[in-house]
Structures are given as C-alpha cells and as structure tokens.
Design a protein around this ligand. Structure first.
Ligand SMILES: *Cc1c(COP(=O)(O)O)cnc(C)c1O
Length: 393
C-alpha cells in the first residue's frame, strides 16, 4: 500500500497506511496476534512468520504505517525510544566518533556519555547544532554519526535539518534525527535528507500517556545493507514492541492529525498570551519556535508544519517560584513526559535533565527557574486561565 498511499494526504494515511481489512474475517481493525511461534509446513517452508521476536503480523502492520508516515523505506517498532536509540548506535563499530547536539534529551545524553563511551568506546562531541558552522568545525572524515533533535529538549533550539544532512554527506557520516517533538505530522526529516529518524512513540505518536514505545525509520536512500543490518541488530538485541502495544499505537496514530492540529493551535494561543503578559506574569525568558523573536523561527517555519506544543519559560524568583508555579497549576499536571492529550508541566533541572553535570546545565541555559509545558488538547481558555492564576500569585 505504501507507494500508492504516498499520494494521499497524511491525515488519510495515518488511518489507512499499511492496513487492509483482515482477509480472514473482514475486520476493519487489525487483529492482535499474540502468538510467540508459528506452525511451519516443512523444512524452510512457512508463511513468512516463525517466531515473534523476528517478525510479528501486528508489529509488521504498525511498521508499515510508520514507514509510510515518515516517507521511509522501512520502520521498526521498539519497546521504548531509548531502546530504539541504543539499537541505532549498534550500527557503529567500537571507538566510532559521534557528534551530538548539546541539548539532546537527557536519556540520550546518558546513553552516549555515560554508557556507550565506556562499553563501546564511542567518542562523543556535543555541539550546538543550531549553529551550523559549529557542527562543520567538529566533524571530521572519521565521524560516523551526527545525532540531533529539533526542536530540542527543553530549550527548543531549531536545527536546519537539510544543512546537517549535507555536512554528513560530505564526510560519509549517518544523520540521525530524533523527531519525537514534532511527529511526522509536523516534520519529515527523511524528506530533507536525513538517513534515520527515531521517535519516542511514547509521546505524540501514541499521545495518550498509556504506553512506552520507540520507532526507527530508515530513508529509502540508504543502501539495503544498512536496513538489513538494523533489522538484524534489532533481532539480535531482542528489543521489539509487544503486539498489544502495537495495536494500541496503531489506534492512537489514527487521530494523530486532529490531535496535532489542536496541540499546535493551543500552544500558539498560549505562547501569544504569555508573550503579551510576560512582564505582568514575571516571566524572565519565554521560548517557543512560533514566536518571531525565536532565533530559529524562520527555519522552523520552513521545515515544520506548525511549531509543536512544547513551550519553555524561565520565571523571575528562581527555583522557589518555579516550584510554586508548577504546584499552583491545576490543569497542567506536574510530571515528566510530553505529547499526551493532557497538559503537563515539568522542571527540567531536577527532572529530565538532572543527569547533566550542573556546570553543563547552567552553560546550556537549563536553569533552576526553567519550566517546560507540554500543551494538551483541553479547552485553551481553561489552560490560559490556569496559567494566569498560577503566574499571578
Ligand atoms: C522521551 C524521549 C526519548 C526517550 O524515549 P522513551 O520512550 O522514554 O524511552 C527520546 N528522545 C526524546 C526527545 C524524548 O522526549
């Protein structure tokens, strides 16, 4: 279905891609195949399935849908975003040089700087990918991978995707874009020249805060050997998404477009309110790529549809006031994660980015007075009233 469905709009593909009615029963929703093993007809004879770690029909359906949405040759479903990231890193030989964005998700930083540098000898340089010349300066012919996210977490820095892909091509390195904050509805990095897209599908793709999942999507420009190698690696490390979660995620993706439209609309209205009332609400720094004052605004406008639904801001009054604001919010639950239908607020310095050394955090701008909102799809006037109340006290 994928080559045909690429001509249809993403709203349509989110519902139909990879999913034909079940030939056995006509069921319009894909069956959940819980079997771990499959009867074989003889030596070397089977229906394409042998053991569910290697291949499972429900997972295959989800992967076909995800590949279609990202414009990818192939997608693979993992139990978490981090297991997807870890499997991508298995593509590298020991000692490889990786250049990563300085403001990557805390868990990706931990995996690179505290695990794989020790267990695989990876040499990792962290630079600011929103400064394309800075990337060019650290990349060498020995560089194997360029790893970034855009918008980044929690500072919402915007990376020029096509320019990074071009630098990588010059030295023969792979580009990995963590597309978690945008979802394929807002941004499709493979179309801009990226080799591999990864997701924490725990966030917008699932969107209901009720499962963990990860995705790897591979560009059709990659040689088949790289795609085959990643399939081999996933089977080798055994990191596969279970069929019930595959089915739940397939269902969630059907509403991706309508959820994202509302997420984006709400975040735009909230950022406009906070911008206008910034002095009164004693907000020291407001960060949202949709604001014209955001340094990456023009690039975001070019490569994204909408500006996402994450807003970060630093309050006057330090950590103490940040904590009070977070606790005074009623509709924004004080919790990590993002991308669900419900609004959340979190404190990066003590939560998602606690793993960063203090000096590094300060230097980046992940200050003690910084809060990050994940704007949900509730009524926007209710959300604004909640923010006004918590920030006016
Ligand atoms: C949450 C997140 C991850 C990690 O994904 P898990 O599903 O929690 O393992 C990676 N990158 C980004 C940008 C995230 O927000």
């Amino acid at each position: 279905m994928s080559s045909h469905s690429n001509r249809l709009a993403i709203e349509t593909r989110a519902i139909h891609a990879g999913q034909e009615p079940d030939p056995l029963t006509g069921a319009v929703v894909q069956p959940i195949y819980t079997a771990s093993t499959y009867v074989q007809e003889g030596i070397g004879q089977n229906k394409g399935y042998m053991y569910s770690r290697s291949k499972n029909p429900t997972r295959s359906t989800l992967e076909a849908c995800l590949a279609d949405l990202e414009g990818a040759k192939r997608a693979l479903a993992f139990p978490t975003g981090l297991s997807a990231a870890a499997c991508i890193l298995e593509l590298l030989d020991a000692g490889g040089h990786v250049v990563a964005h300085h403001d990557v998700y805390g868990g990706i930083y931990r995996l690179l700087a505290k695990v794989r540098n020790r267990t695989a000898g990876l040499k990792v340089d962290f630079v600011n990918f929103s400064d394309i010349e800075a990337v060019r300066r650290v990349v060498t012919p020995a560089t194997k991978m360029l790893w970034f996210e855009t918008p980044s977490n929690p500072l919402l820095e915007i990376v020029d995707i096509a320019s990074v892909a071009e630098i990588a091509r010059e030295v023969g390195a792979l580009t990995i874009c963590d597309n978690t904050f945008s979802s394929p509805y807002c941004q499709r990095p493979i179309e801009l020249g990226v080799d591999i897209v990864m997701h924490s599908a725990t966030k917008f793709l699932n969107g209901h805060s009720d499962l963990l999942a990860g995705v790897v999507a591979l560009s059709d420009k990659l040689p088949d050997e790289v795609v085959d190698e990643l399939v081999f690696l996933q089977n080798s490390v055994g990191a596969v998404l279970d069929p019930i979660s595959c089915s739940t995620l397939l269902r969630s993706i059907k509403t991706l477009a309508v959820r994202m439209d509302r997420h984006i609309e709400n975040a735009a209205a909230i950022s406009a309110y906070l911008d206008e009332a910034q002095t009164q609400l004693r907000i020291e720094r407001l960060i949202y790529p949709g604001l014209k004052t955001h340094p990456g605004h023009e690039i975001a406008k070019r490569q994204m549809k909408g500006f996402g639904s994450i807003i970060s801001f630093a309050v006057e009054g330090g950590e103490e006031r940040a904590n009070r604001v977070a606790q005074d919010l009623q509709l924004f639950a004080y919790a990590v994660s993002l991308g669900g239908v419900e609004s959340l607020v979190q404190h990066p310095a003590s939560m998602t980015h606690k793993v960063l050394p203090v000096a590094r955090r300060q230097q980046l701008g992940v200050t003690d007075n910084l809060l990050r909102l994940s704007v949900g799809i509730e009524n926007v006037d209710d959300l604004i009233a909640d923010l006004r109340h918590a920030l006016s006290r």
